[in-house]
Design a protein around this ligand. Structure first.
Ligand code: FE2
Length: 278
């Protein structure tokens, strides 16, 4: 089907919800708001110490586990669960776990700072954050990525929910996050120019995914189909950490030079448990 002819269906948020809170210091209460579906997103400006940015970025580019695929977004260390079986994902995650850890264990790493802060905030409500597991195997702690794709978008418009519906991942606890809200987290350690976060005010439903043939991938939605909806474009700069509801269609627009981020997705599986994966 011609996607540009498809009228996307799904839920749209109220205007007062559809905005990013912006702060110059980390505030984990705002992150919990995203986790609980009380706000769209939050960006913390310039909160990664310069030395940590530099060291983490250098470890990423030097990593023997760094992979590059043409047309993909594009250099990365880590594993991603998108469009594969849980078994494959967990095996890949195990294979690169030490290399991922080497990158995110850079002194002053925002991965540790942020997760410690989220965990402490969650403790106030009797919950905690951990890496997702299945049968004693762990998800990837992070995916560290750098984009170099040309075109309107360096990461095509997509949402993070559809990929959690894959029957090949049945029984993997991340699928229970669909009953709650899905929170994408990104930490920018290197940035040259461009590469804004774009997010549209539409949470597509299964009917739309089915019509587009992207029920299990959530990718891609075309710019034409998204033109009907309000969009936000958010400048991302080196040192920024941001978190947002990944059920809304989002993308990264054109960028030049390197745009390196540490990322993961997280969400509640029950009132006491938040799990993360990649
Ligand atoms: Fe995403």
């Amino acid at each position: 089907m011609q996607q540009s002819k498809v009228r996307l269906s799904g839920r749209q948020a109220d205007p007062e919800f559809f905005r990013f809170e912006e702060r110059s210091e980390l505030d984990y209460g705002l992150v919990l708001d995203v986790l609980h579906g009380r706000r769209l997103g939050v960006i913390f400006r310039d909160v990664i110490p310069p030395a940590a940015r530099k060291e983490l970025t250098e470890r990423f580019w030097a990593s023997p586990a760094r992979q590059h695929r043409e047309g993909e977004p594009s250099h990365y260390v880590g594993a991603y669960h998108w469009n594969k079986s849980a078994d494959t994902y967990l095996r890949e995650a195990a294979e690169v776990a030490d290399h991922v850890q080497e990158v995110i264990d850079a002194p002053g790493s925002p991965w540790h700072t942020f997760r410690r802060g989220v965990n402490e905030a969650l403790r106030q409500e009797g919950a905690s954050l951990r890496v997702a597991e299945m049968d004693g195997r762990s998800a990837s702690a992070a995916l560290i990525r750098a984009w170099d794709k040309e075109g309107d978008f360096s990461l095509d418009p997509h949402e993070d929910e559809a990929q959690c519906k894959d029957a090949r991942q049945a029984g993997f606890e991340i699928q229970r996050v669909l009953e709650h809200d899905i929170c994408a987290v990104n930490m920018c350690t290197e940035h040259t120019a461009g590469g804004r976060l774009v997010i549209w005010n539409i949470r597509p439903d299964d009917a739309t995914r089915h019509a587009l043939g992207i029920e299990l991938t959530g990718l891609p939605y075309t710019a034409e189909a998204l033109a009907d909806f309000e969009e936000l474009r958010l400048d991302i700069r080196e040192g920024d950490v941001y978190a947002f509801n990944g059920a809304f269609v989002h993308a990264v627009d054109a960028n030049t030079g390197n745009r390196t981020t540490v990322s993961f997705i997280m969400g509640f599986t029950d009132a006491h448990t938040v799990v993360s994966w990649t």
